[in-house]
Design a protein around this ligand. Structure first.
Ligand code: GUN
Length: 307
C-alpha cells in the first residue's frame, strides 16, 4: 500500500546546527585576530521557562566559543539597579552582546530597559534604532526568532520574491519583525491578528504561513492552501491523555497531509532562535571591532603618536 502523500518536515535542529557551525568558524577567525566575542545574559527573577531558556543560551554560546557572562538578579530587583547594570555592560569593551531575558517582573517597565541597551550590543534587535533600521531595510541586528524563521524559509523555498506570506500574530518580538523581514525579501505580506475579519480565509491565500499567536493548534487544515509552507512559532504546553505535551499554534496532524513543508514542534523554530542569537553576537562583535579600529585610525590621523 502506498503511504499517503504529505508535506516534508523542516528540520530546525539540522539547520540550526549548520548556523552554529558557521558561527564557530567565524568565532575562530575573530579569535585568531585577538577578538573574543562575549555575550552577557541578564535574568531577573526565577521564572522557570526563562531559566531554561537562559541556561540553553549560555550552553550554546560556550559550545560556539563565545564567552558568556551570566547575571542573575533577584525578582525584587529595582529597575534602577537593572539600568545601572546595563550601563556597566554598555561601557565594557569586552562585552559585545547584551540580552535581558523577557518577561521582566511586573514592577519593571520593559521599554526603558530595552532602550537602555546600546543598539550596537542589542543582540535581540529590540531597541527602537534596530526596529527602525529593520523597517527601513538597513542592515541591523534583527530579532532572533523571525531571523531564524526567514533562514528556514530560504532553505526550504529558495527564492521568496513574489510569494504571498501571511503572518498570524503582531507581537513586537515575532509578528511585526517577521512581516518586515518578509517584505525585505520581496514577499507580498499580510498580517492577520485578533481583530482581522475572516482570518482563515486570508490565511488560505498564503504560499507561506508564519503562525505566532500562542494558541495551541489554532490553525488547522481548513486555514491552509494545499502546498503552502508552514512555519509554526508556537510552543504551547498542554495536558493531553494525562501527560504534558508541547504543541504548536498549528494543528500539525491535520496540516501535514496538505502542506508542502512544515516545522514540527518541538524541533522546528525553537533551535533556530538560539542559533540566530549566536549569529547576532558574532556580527555585533565584528562590527564593534571594525568601529574601534576605524576610531583608532581617525584619532591617529588627527593626532599622530609622533606629534
Ligand atoms: N523571551 C521570550 N523570547 C525572548 C527573546 O527572543 N529574547 C528575550 N530577551 N527574551 C525572550
Amino acid at each position: 500500500m502506498n503511504s499517503p502523500a504529505h508535506g516534508r518536515l523542516i528540520d530546525g535542529k539540522a539547520i540550526a546546527a549548520q548556523v552554529l557551525a558557521e558561527v564557530r568558524e567565524d568565532v575562530a577567525e575573530l579569535r585568531a585576530q585577538g577578538l573574543q566575542p562575549a555575550l552577557a545574559v541578564v535574568l531577573v527573577g526565577e521564572d522557570p521557562a526563562s531559566q531554561v531558556y537562559v541556561r540553553n543560551k549560555v550552553l550554546r554560546a560556550e559550545e560556539a566559543g563565545i564567552r558568556s557572562i551570566e547575571h542573575r538578579l533577584p525578582a525584587q530587583t529595582e529597575q534602577a539597579t537593572l539600568l545601572a547594570l546595563i550601563e556597566r555592560l554598555n561601557d565594557d569593551a569586552e562585552v559585545h552582546g547584551i540580552l535581558v531575558q523577557l518577561p521582566l517582573p511586573p514592577h519593571i517597565d520593559e521599554n526603558p530597559v530595552l532602550q537602555a541597551i546600546d543598539p550596537a550590543k542589542d543582540v535581540d534587535g529590540f531597541h527602537s534604532d534596530n526596529v527602525g533600521g529593520l523597517s527601513q531595510g538597513r542592515a541591523v541586528l534583527t530579532p532572533c526568532t523571525p531571523a531564524g524563521c526567514l533562514r528556514l524559509l530560504k532553505q526550504t523555498c529558495g527564492e521568496l520574491a513574489g510569494k504571498h506570506a501571511v503572518v498570524i500574530g503582531r507581537s513586537n518580538i515575532v509578528g511585526k519583525p517577521m512581516a518586515a523581514l518578509l517584505l525585505q525579501a520581496d514577499c507580498t505580506v499580510t498580517v492577520v491578528h485578533s481583530r482581522s475579519h475572516d482570518a482563515a480565509a486570508l490565511c488560505r491565500q498564503a504560499d507561506i504561513v508564519v503562525a505566532a499567536v500562542g494558541r495551541p493548534r489554532m490553525i488547522d487544515a481548513s486555514w491552509l492552501k494545499p502546498g503552502a509552507v508552514v512555519i509554526d512559532v508556537g510552543i504551547n504546553r498542554i495536558e493531553e491523555h494525562g501527560r504534558t505535551r508541547l504543541v504548536g499554534d498549528v494543528d500539525f496532524a491535520s496540516a501535514l497531509p496538505l502542506v508542502s513543508a512544515i516545522t514540527p514542534v518541538p524541533g522546528g523554530v525553537g533551535p533556530m532562535t538560539i542559533a540566530m542569537l549566536m549569529h547576532n553576537t558574532v556580527s555585533a562583535a565584528r562590527q564593534q571591532h571594525i568601529s574601534h579600529v576605524a576610531q583608532a585610525a581617525a584619532t591617529e590621523t588627527a593626532c599622530p603618536t609622533t606629534c
